[in-house]
Design a protein around this ligand. Structure first.
Ligand code: AMP
Length: 400
């Protein structure tokens, strides 16, 4: 597949000093990595750089240090975790610029890996400061960015360096960009987006952007209640945003103007209490009692959505259909997720999903591995769904 980015296929790596930006901002518990997803995603690029004889110099941020070094936000402990995964010793330098970094780089042999200390220990990182960028650039011959999840920030190691050195997308960045391209930039049509979750107000930009790009906008979760209320329906005690009714009507009008069909639930699973295993009943959306709240989409809505999936070529998904953390209000999310996964496995549908809760909802449904691509990039994925240019990605783009 062609991309408008230089990838490792275009780089000569042997003997080169490669400044590799990773996102090693992993959750830690008692000094151990609690979730290795980000390390796992870095392994293809790291393995390739080692095999091809590059001198790999890893840059990453970690936590939110307050403008200087502190032990709590040191990346030192990550060198061991990387070594264990790579099967080779990973060196560590206690600064990411200056003499300590330069000496450590000078000692590298081809195929060696060096982890530099947290880039955010210097204010120049977040300020994208040219002097700091120049200090970093002295350490490498080329720059490889494999940190899509940090690409929504215009920082020195995510954006500035790409303008200073020959810049390439790493393998995870490449996979993410290719998946996202297939999902929204050049999708096979018809393409739909499922947007669920709690509130319209937090997903307004996302709804506006998606309605311009997709053929169907399928709305679920608490935010569907706001759309139903905007149609004049009574949603009882359901979570909905009184202040966003006009906004919801505007989204519907904009979608209509862009030839995008809005799909709302026709029934729900309603309960009187917001808790797991609360007594519930299936109810049409125009028959919600005053003391009830909709906590999930109902079976008719699920049947409509799954029937629609059968007609699609591409599906983008952010946000659950219901309060999926509490059984039985995970049923609609699980059913639609499984239908989408089956179509993906059968080669009939491209499925790209992401955003914090969505990743856990799809994993909970047991379909995480069957989707075409699941982005764990959080904020960067959401900004991409909102149609915002991501500085770290834009800086990698090949200019014609
Ligand atoms: P978001 O982070 O915006 O994707 O929202 C996800 C959250 O929305 C999850 O914690 C869900 O429990 C919650 N949610 C989804 N549907 C509903 C609903 N009908 N009522 C209340 N909360 C919901």
């Amino acid at each position: 597949m062609t991309t408008s980015f230089r990838t490792l296929d275009d780089a000569s790596l042997c003997g080169q000093r490669v400044l590799l930006r990773l996102d090693l901002n992993v959750p830690m518990e008692n000094g151990r990595v609690a979730d290795t997803t980000r390390i796992d995603r870095a392994l293809p690029t790291l393995g390739e750089l080692i095999r091809k004889g590059a001198k790999t110099i890893i840059l990453s941020h970690f936590g939110r240090p307050k403008g200087g070094p502190d032990a709590e936000n040191s990346l030192k402990g990550l060198a061991g975790a990387l070594s264990a995964n790579l099967g080779i010793g990973v060196h560590f330098a206690s600064d990411c610029i200056g003499p300590r970094a330069e000496e450590a780089v000078a000692k590298l042999n081809d195929g060696d890996v060096l982890l530099l200390e947290n880039t955010r220990f210097h204010k120049g990182e977040e300020n994208n400061d040219p002097a700091f960028i120049a200090e970093l650039a002295r350490l490498g011959d080329i720059y490889v960015n494999d940190a899509f999840s940090a690409a929504h920030r215009a920082h020195a190691s995510t954006e500035g360096l790409a303008h200073k050195l020959p810049a390439y997308a790493g393998r995870s960045m490449q996979a993410e960009l290719e998946a996202l391209g297939k999902a929204l930039e050049n999708p096979q049509r018809p393409v739909a987006a499922i947007v669920g979750g709690a509130k319209v107000s937090t997903k307004l930009d996302l709804l506006a952007n998606l309605s311009k790009k997709v053929d169907y906008l399928i709305i679920g979760g608490g935010m569907a209640n706001t759309f139903l209320a905007a149609q004049g329906k009574s949603v009882g005690k359901s979570l909905y945003e009184k202040d966003a009714l006009e906004t919801a009507r505007n989204v519907v009008a904009a979608a209509k103007a862009a030839n995008c069909a809005i799909v709302l639930p026709v029934d729900g699973v309603a309960a009187k209490e917001f808790k797991a295993h609360a007594a519930s009943r299936v109810v049409l959306v125009d028959a919600i009692a005053d003391d009830e709240m909709i906590l999930d989409a109902g079976p008719k809505s699920v049947a409509e959505v799954t029937a629609l999936l059968g007609k699609l070529k591409t599906l983008v998904w952010n946000g659950p259909f219901g309060a999926f953390e509490m059984q039985p209000f995970d049923a609609a999310t699980n059913a639609v997720a499984r239908a989408a996964a089956a179509l993906t496995t059968a080669g009939k549908l491209v499925t790209v999903a992401g955003g914090g809760d969505t990743v856990s909802a799809l994993n909970q449904a047991g379909v995480g591995a069957q989707f075409t691509y699941i982005s764990t990039a959080g904020g960067a994925f959401l900004e991409w769904l909102e149609g915002k240019p991501l500085p770290g990605v834009e800086a990698l783009r090949i200019k014609a």
